[in-house]
Unconditional design. Sequence first.
Length: 184
Amino acid sequence: MKVLLIKDVYKLGRAGDIKKVADGFGRNFLIPQGLAVLATEGALKQVQKIKAQAEIRRNTQNEELKGVADLIKNVTLIFPAKAGETGKLYGSITTGDIATALTEKIRFEIKRQQVDTQPIRTLGEFTAHVRLTMDLVPELKVIVHREGESPELAGHAEPEKAGEAKVAETKAEEPAAETPAEAA
């Protein structure tokens, strides 16, 4: 089925493009959502008009959201999570979690569908893309650290804690050895 896109469709094309799509995709999604019309003779005559209107709409959206994109570029989200010995999380950090945290931080609603990343299942530092418009896709940094540790020391805290635990064990054994000697 050939359709004429009325609005920009992510991963398909821009408004005014003529695309060949699967019948079900066109009939059940694109046309009912108002994103496309069938590519008929009458519709093809309006291609230039649709492209011009879409360009104006795209420019105004980009201008409105430019400030939001600048805010997102400077954001670092930090998530504490429970993890196993190998650094694999019990559960995952999803696009919904990232969208919620980002919305709270910048005070602008971001939907989970706008966040482009796979679910995060390990400790570490990751980047996620936020699709505001087709042209504005800022990156943000996501840091996942083990619960109870500070994010800066996430990789270095384990050896220090292990050393502290050994010192505490030896101190606990020493008084126990002295107590029977004093009693005798």
